[in-house]
Structure formats: structure tokens, C-alpha cells
Design a protein around this ligand. Structure first.
Ligand code: DX5
Ligand code: ZN
Length: 220
């Protein structure tokens, strides 16, 4: 596989929720390519996080691209509110709706990018169809729900298959990984063909300094 420099999206889930606006500014100043915002509903995943009002607050504090990852059932129902809040891309879960194509179509109709996310256990066979229709696929490298979990190396095979598929079909669809990404696992993902690395725990708690951590991940 050809080596390329990945885009780095810090996950604000690992930031300080008491100072979301400051965190957004700090992420921008540290040289990130976008801010990854995790939205959870307590049903699709066993956790609750942020909603459209928090996305709007983050949007007021930064010019960065807002990459909104929604881990909720009935994602279609929240598209309009999130677009109004400033989301630049909404990535929803394949496993969370029977209306994957309708939801992609609606997100596009609202004028922003659409991504489809896949849990680690979801087979690669489900992926190719959507590579033709969305702007990004997110191959989760942990079970969604919490930051700070261990990377699941078995997902690397799916990343490779997705990269091969995109090359074969000349698709520009971005391949994103999320969960347990640090210098070592990030390197493995880029080698397998990932374009976009999401990172929370490593960047906010392990790297010591956000800008330094971003630079480390850029150079993997
Ligand atoms: C997990 C979220 C992730 C999370 C990643 O469900 O989707 O975006 O913030 O955090 P780390 O890098 O700590 O695994
Ligand atoms: Zn995420």
C-alpha cells in the first residue's frame, strides 16, 4: 500500500465538557483537520453525550469542519437539527436504521456530506454498496459507546478491503477509523489504507500536548 499523510480529527468526547467552546478553539489552534463530535442516545450505545445545542456551541467557536458521528437509532430524524447546528458531515450507523439509502439521500439534500459507520463485527460485505453513495465510511476500531478502549486489530482487514475496493472502482470515498487510535495503531490503519484518523484518549490524555499528538499522528 502507498503511504499517505492522514487527516487527524480529535474527538472532543475526550475534551473538557465544562469548556466545550475553549476545547474547540484549542483543537483548531493545535492544527487539527476537523473536530469529531460523538452523539450517543443511550439505546444504540449504552452512553449519552451531546446534542444539537452542543454542536451549535462548538460551531460558534471554530471554523473547523465539524464531523458529527451519531450513534443513535432513527438517525434520519435528527439530520435537520444537526445541519442547522452547523454539522459539515453526518456519519450515522449502518446498524441503526433500515433506511440507510434514504438517510444518505436526505443528508445530501440538506447540503452536507454523508458518512456511514460500521461496528467492528459488521461484515465487510455490507460496505461496498455504500462506498458508491456516501462521502466517507467509518470502520469502527472499537465497539462504539466510550472513549479510551483498546483498538481491535481484526478491523484492519476491512480497512484493506475497503481501500482495495475504492482503488479498483476509482472512488474518492474517504476511509475513517475511530477507536483506540494512537501512534502505533494509527500507523497500522494508514498502512492498511485509512485516510482519516479519529483520536480521543491518545490526543487529550496520553500525548501530553494536543499539537504534538496531532503531529505524531500526521507522521505515522
Ligand atoms: C467511541 C467514539 C470515539 C471515541 C474515540 O464510540 O466514536 O470517537 O471518542 O476515542 P478513543 O480515541 O479514546 O478510543
Ligand atoms: Zn466517534
Amino acid at each position: 500500500m502507498q503511504k499517505r499523510s492522514p487527516l487527524i480529527y480529535p474527538s472532543i468526547l475526550s475534551g473538557d465538557f465544562g469548556h466545550l467552546s475553549d476545547e474547540a478553539t484549542r483543537i483548531e489552534q493545535a492544527g487539527a483537520d476537523a473536530i469529531h463530535i460523538d452523539i450517543m442516545d443511550g439505546h444504540f450505545v449504552p452512553n449519552l453525550t451531546l446534542g444539537p445545542k452542543a454542536v451549535a456551541a462548538i460551531n460558534r467557536s471554530t471554523n473547523l469542519f465539524l464531523d458529527v458521528h451519531i450513534m443513535i437509532y432513527n438517525p434520519y430524524d435528527f439530520v435537520e437539527a444537526l445541519v442547522a447546528s452547523g454539522a459539515d458531515r453526518i456519519t450515522f450507523h449502518f446498524e441503526a436504521t433500515e433506511d440507510v439509502e434514504e438517510t444518505i439521500g436526505f443528508i445530501h439534500k440538506c447540503g452536507i456530506q454523508a458518512g456511514v459507520a460500521f461496528r467492528p463485527e459488521t461484515s465487510f460485505e455490507m460496505v461496498p454498496k455504500y462506498l458508491h453513495k456516501c462521502d466517507l465510511i467509518l470502520l469502527m476500531t472499537v465497539n462504539p459507546g466510550f472513549g479510551g478502549q483498546a483498538f481491535m486489530p481484526e478491523v484492519l482487514e476491512k480497512v484493506k478491503l475497503a481501500r482495495e475496493y475504492c482503488q479498483r472502482h476509482k472512488l474518492e470515498t474517504k476511509i475513517q477509523v475511530d477507536g483506540g487510535i494512537n501512534a502505533e495503531t494509527g500507523k497500522e490503519c494508514v498502512k492498511a489504507g485509512a485516510d482519516v484518523l479519529v483520536s480521543g484518549d491518545f490526543l487529550f490524555k496520553k500525548a501530553g500536548d494536543l499539537a504534538k499528538g496531532i503531529a505524531v499522528l500526521k507522521g505515522v
